[in-house]
Design a protein around this ligand. Structure first.
Ligand code: FES
Ligand code: FES
Length: 166
């Protein structure tokens, strides 16, 4: 099959690669870019394990073509810490999941982190109910969600404190 050149900004770095038009973004990330943080769970847009951020929106990369990212700004979990603004420091959502034990097996976690990142960009001071609704597109088979909700609220508080301190 003929290939198409696709170029995008990936975690702040310009990349250009020839891909088959049918290549899914999650396969592009994992197999061409060696970014294996986006996990493949359901491949039907249900579980959210493959969630990445494209041009300021949460996107399930299992049902998005790599060629659709032409010219886009794509962020994956591998680039999340760099968004903390401080070298060697975890992003507040990573810190929140760590502090509140928001994971068990960890399979859902990269997608949860990327969804939490975008959710808090859009709603920096959410209620618990809003967190539950905002994270509803990401499924977890282990935790029962309680600690994930706590983790997102923890991250929200940290981001607000950092803003006040800045
Ligand atoms: S693998 Fe993409 S939503 Fe489940
Ligand atoms: S921690 Fe295992 S699926 Fe969420």
């Amino acid at each position: 099959m003929s290939k198409t050149l696709v170029s995008m900004t990936l975690n702040g770095r310009k990349v250009e690669e020839a891909v088959e038009p049918r290549t899914l973004l999650v396969h592009f990330l994992r197999e061409k870019m060696s970014l294996t943080g986006a996990h493949i769970g359901c491949e039907t847009s249900h579980c959210g394990a493959c969630t990445v951020d494209i041009d300021g929106q949460s996107v399930k990369s299992c049902t998005h073509l790599a060629v659709q990212c032409e010219g886009s700004d794509v962020k994956t979990v591998e680039g999340l810490a760099s968004l903390s603004g401080q070298a060697g420091v975890l992003h507040a959502v990573q810190e929140g999941f760590y502090k509140e034990h928001g994971l068990q097996c960890g399979f859902c976690t990269p997608g949860m982190l990327m969804r939490a990142y975008r959710f808090l960009q859009d709603n920096p001071t959410p209620t618990e109910e809003e967190v539950r609704v905002g994270m509803a597109g990401n499924l977890c088979r282990c935790t029962g969600y309680q600690n994930i909700v706590k983790a997102v609220l923890h991250a929200a508080r940290t981001l607000q404190q950092n803003k006040v301190a800045a």
